[in-house]
Write a protein that binds this ligand. Structure first.
Ligand code: SF4
Length: 199
């Protein structure tokens, strides 16, 4: 199988429990949803170091070359779009062989292959998550039609509320803070890259 990647960059994770951690960010092309608040350009393969990789080995080699840290234990964040449209066991195995810890950010509507080291689900209104357990549940907030408590029976270690960016960002931050203060299971996640200039 070949893999289509919008961009691959060495950066710091800007959101959620791994905020500030060095990662190779691998943004796969395409998504199976069409959220009104989406702020991600996942179309095409024309971003930095993007392209079509004809094998899992060639993608893993590109990720290996992308890592710039002095730590031999590497970390890759598979995101999108929706990375589970493409991420398969062969690619997971190959990335592990190259020394990568594999982090996933998914909308949760597709099943995930075994072997992912960190699963972050970001559920979307009107879509049931088929991934019901993982490390981190991160909810873009507020979303019409979503009560965060609907997810409280799922099996995640961390629960994050992340204000939706755009013209209502200030209001959404206030609402998110209010929510976290009232429901302490939830923590506030801010999109660090939007405040710091980290790509
Ligand atoms: S699931 Fe994520 S990437 Fe896909 S359209 Fe919705 S917000 Fe955008």
């Amino acid at each position: 199988m070949s893999y289509r990647v919008k961009e691959m960059i060495y950066t710091l994770q800007g959101e959620g429990a791994n905020t500030g951690a060095a990662i190779v960010l691998c943004r796969f092309e395409g998504c199976n949803l069409d959220c009104s608040f989406c702020d991600t350009d996942y179309a095409g393969i024309n971003g930095p170091s993007g392209g079509e990789f004809s094998t899992a080995a060639s993608l893993a080699e590109a990720a290996y070359q992308c890592w710039q840290g002095d730590d031999p234990s590497r970390r890759i964040l598979c995101t999108g779009g929706e990375p589970l449209l493409q991420l398969d066991s062969e690619l997971l195995d190959t990335l592990h062989e190259r020394g990568f810890e594999i982090l996933l950010e998914t909308n949760g509507t597709l099943t995930a292959p075994d072997g992912i080291d960190w699963i972050c689900v970001s559920p979307k209104a009107g879509e049931d998550s088929v991934i019901r357990q993982g490390n981190e549940l991160k909810l873009a907030y507020p979303q019409e039609g979503i009560d965060p408590e609907k997810y409280s029976n799922l099996d995640f270690r961390y629960y994050y509320i992340q204000p939706i960016s755009g013209v209502n960002l200030k209001k959404n931050i206030r609402l998110a803070i209010e929510y976290c203060l009232k429901h302490p299971r939830w923590r506030l996640s801010l999109q660090l890259h939007k405040y710091t200039g980290i790509p």
